[in-house]
Design a protein around this ligand. Structure first.
Ligand code: ADP
Ligand code: ADP
Ligand code: MG
Length: 662
């Protein structure tokens, strides 16, 4: 086995790989950018090497710098993780040319699956069914429009070099094809340096079911069954599970065989995933699934497969890379129970899932019955430079319903303060009828998104408790505390005090009356609630609210207050000091960046007249392209940014002047 493994990645996946390597007695080396000097993966590794600035192109995506780092520390193997250079055949080649083992498939296998069009053609030849569509060489817009007309609408334009849902456009009507094609090509060129696209029939009720496969250097290939990743938003996975609900022995066999056939066709070695799309309009049938793409790397959602098979996939990757045969034969691999994974992100569902940043002033997870894969700890920052994933939460139980109950309970125990997250969204999603019943499909989230992403309005009780916390009386008393010697009647001057509190969807006025430090009557909304303080502890208290015992935890940071109550993470803004840090609104005269990102296109110049709704700037942030338009008619007074500039949230991009166009 290797003695020193360099992990060419960051975040949770780097941490996860380090853990297995350590268990196998392999020394580990982390690489890091300037944004990650104190990151968890750096702390966990035996050794760490700085490879460049925050910008991934000059650090985690730089082949030269990663290889230089490996040489400098004498690493004998490199694990690429997922994302970044993991599916870059040139990287795999460069690693091997440097005399270092690449923990992944041979470069030719990566190349064969790297372009979706070529991969589809190859699969067709190998007898693996593919989604009907056009995946040829020709890229002339008129030619593609003609193919689109033959395929019929709705259809999907995909970047052939795409990944992570980027460069993909769903087109409903013929008249939208031209502009969608242009947008997809531009995004593809920008993200992957290749504007090539393919067109596919859009399946109307699809499920995303993928098969984990594994090959060794001795020609053996097995599969480790399937995962269902149908719960998606913008073609990105949100909750995944294994096995797939409703899977029959017949479909499982057919899919497993097709996946193994696909892997054999390219001489696959290592861990890979063959993604299929199944049309489930009339149920799940063996003749209605199609090859979509193959990911030649470890997948984000691999832990659900680990949970049900009891196999450590990273261990297998390392053994296979070291030349060992696969540890098990097909017949020795089985499925035990059910597993779910939920991806917890720093993002704001109430604002179109905008990626968020922030310092994680509080971060705690349930400590039993759950696996947490995370690359951050309390106090760390979520920066604008990389994917805003905070953690993956994985559960495992004997049956689907037991695992689902466990997932829901575990999500409700997660407490995150210091940034907005998708936790409430995830919790609501676990309550969706079709999901609970084992009928997920890739449109499920979209159909319910308004409900799922709606702000969690605080109920009267939460408002009442927020008001009490805001006064500071729940902080534990120390004998040195001057407040302790004062009665609260005196501090407030009066028995009553009205506090106004902002929450996700508005402002509320709450009236408090107190008797001593421990007894309150609170009027919030339509309720008047008696509250008794039973016990205070650091950032929390035991209370009795209208006769019910409650444990409240909270986090106060300046004007922002987060309450952790009954599995909800409720964020409030306290009145004093007009909430800074909101940002992102498009003021009348100013076009402001709603999130950190890259300015891709500036479509106007100073002095130019613009109409209301006219696109002014195209930004790219995290995984999406965003067109920012004029909020009113006017003249461009100045443009403050150039194409290619990285901007932070709140940066003024364009200013409009008062006068209308001459
Ligand atoms: P798929 O590409 O089929 O959606 P995954 O869900 O496993 O497969 O991965 C999503 C993709 O998003 C990854 O391949 C990677 O390109 C990107 N990605 C996800 N998380 C990260 C991350 N933390 N850093 C960099 N890239 C990431
Ligand atoms: P990526 O490389 O970005 O992961 P994929 O080809 O794997 O791209 O597609 C991502 C997701 O888009 C799928 O999981 C599925 O939800 C959806 N999708 C892809 N192709 C189709 C299709 N032909 N019809 C309907 N949905 C599709
Ligand atoms: Mg995919």
């Amino acid at each position: 086995m290797f003695s020193k493994l360099l992990i060419a990645n960051r975040g949770e996946i780097a941490c996860r790989i380090i853990r297995t390597a350590r268990r196998l007695g392999i020394r580990t080396v982390a690489v890091y950018s300037d944004a990650d000097g104190d990151a968890l993966h750096v702390t966990l590794a035996d050794q760490a090497v700085r490879i460049g600035p925050a910008n991934a192109a000059e650090s985690y995506l730089s082949i030269d710098r990663v290889i230089e780092a490996a040489r400098a520390v004498g690493a004998d193997a490199i694990h690429p993780g997922y994302g970044f250079l993991s599916e870059n055949a040139d990287f795999a080649e460069a690693v091997e040319a440097a005399g270092i083992v690449f923990v992944g498939p041979p470069p030719e296998a990566i190349r064969a699956m790297g372009l979706k069009d070529a991969a589809k053609a190859l699969m067709e030849q190998s007898g693996v069914p593919v989604v009907p569509g056009y995946h040829g060489e020709q890229q002339d817009p008129e030619f593609l429009a003609a193919r689109a007309a033959e395929i019929g609408y709705p259809l999907l334009i995909k970047a052939r070099a795409g990944g992570g849902g980027k460069g993909m456009r769903r087109v409903e009507r013929r008249e939208d094809f031209g502009s969608a094609l242009e947008a997809a090509q531009r995004e593809a060129q920008g993200s992957f340096g290749d504007a090539g696209v393919l067109i596919e029939k859009y399946l109307t009720r699809p499920r995303h079911i993928e098969v984990q496969i594994f090959g060794d250097r001795h020609g053996n290939i097995v599969h480790l069954f399937e995962r269902d990743c149908s719960l998606q938003r913008r073609h990105q996975k949100v909750i995944e599970e294994a096995p797939a609900p409703g899977m029959t022995a017949e479909v499982r066999r057919a899919m497993g065989d097709a996946a193994v056939r696909a892997a054999h066709a390219i001489g696959y070695v290592g861990a890979g995933t063959v993604e299929f799309i199944a049309d489930v309009t009339n149920g799940l049938w063996p003749d209605q699934f199609y090859f979509m793409e193959m990911n030649t790397r470890l997948q984000v959602e691999h832990p659900v497969t680990e949970a049900v098979t009891g196999i450590d996939l990273v261990e297998w990757q390392l053994r296979v890379a070291d030349g060992e045969p696969l540890p098990k034969k097909q017949g020795e691999i089985g499925i035990d129970g059910w597993s779910f994974e939920a991806r917890i992100y720093a993002e704001d569902p109430t604002r179109g899932f905008l990626p968020a940043t922030g310092r994680l002033a509080h971060l705690s997870f349930p400590d039993s019955n759950v696996r947490i894969d995370s690359g951050v700890t309390q106090g760390d920052a979520i920066t604008p430079f990389y994917d805003p994933l905070i953690a993956k939460l994985i559960v495992h139980a004997g049956t689907r319903s037991a695992a689902l109950a466990r997932l829901q309970a575990a999500l409700k125990e997660v407490r995150i303060g210091g940034t907005v997250t998708n936790l409430d969204f995830l919790i609501k999603l676990t309550d969706e009828q079709d999901f609970r019943a084992g009928r997920p499909d890739t449109g499920l989230i979209d159909r319910a998104v308004e409900r799922l992403a709606a702000p969690n309005d605080p109920d009267d009780e939460a408002l009442a408790l927020a008001a009490i916390v805001s006064t500071g009386v729940l902080q534990p008393m120390t004998s040195a505390d001057p407040w302790a010697s004062l009665g609260y009647w005196q501090i407030w001057g009066d028995a009553h005090r009205t506090i106004s509190i902002d929450h996700a969807s508005g402002r509320a006025a709450v009236t408090l009356a107190s008797r001593g430090r421990d007894q309150f009557a609170v009027r919030a909304g339509t309720s008047t609630l008696p509250v008794l303080v039973l016990e205070r502890f650091e950032n929390g208290a035991r209370l009795e609210v209208a006769g019910q015992r409650r444990t409240l935890r909270f986090l106060r940071q300046g004007e922002t207050l987060t309450l952790f109550l009954d599995g909800r993470n409720l964020v409030f803004h306290l009145p004093d000091g007009l909430a800074g840090g909101h940002g992102g609104e498009i003021a009348d005269d100013e076009l402001v960046a709603p999130m950190p990102g890259l300015v891709k296109m500036v479509r106007v110049g100073a002095g130019e007249a613009v109409a209301k709704g006219q696109p002014l700037v195209v930004m790219e942030a995290m995984k999406m392209e965003l067109t920012l338009s004029a909020s009113r008619e006017g003249t461009v007074a100045s443009v403050h940014v150039a194409e290619g500039t990285q901007v932070s949230e709140g940066t003024v991009l364009v200013t409009l002047s008062e006068e209308a166009a001459q």
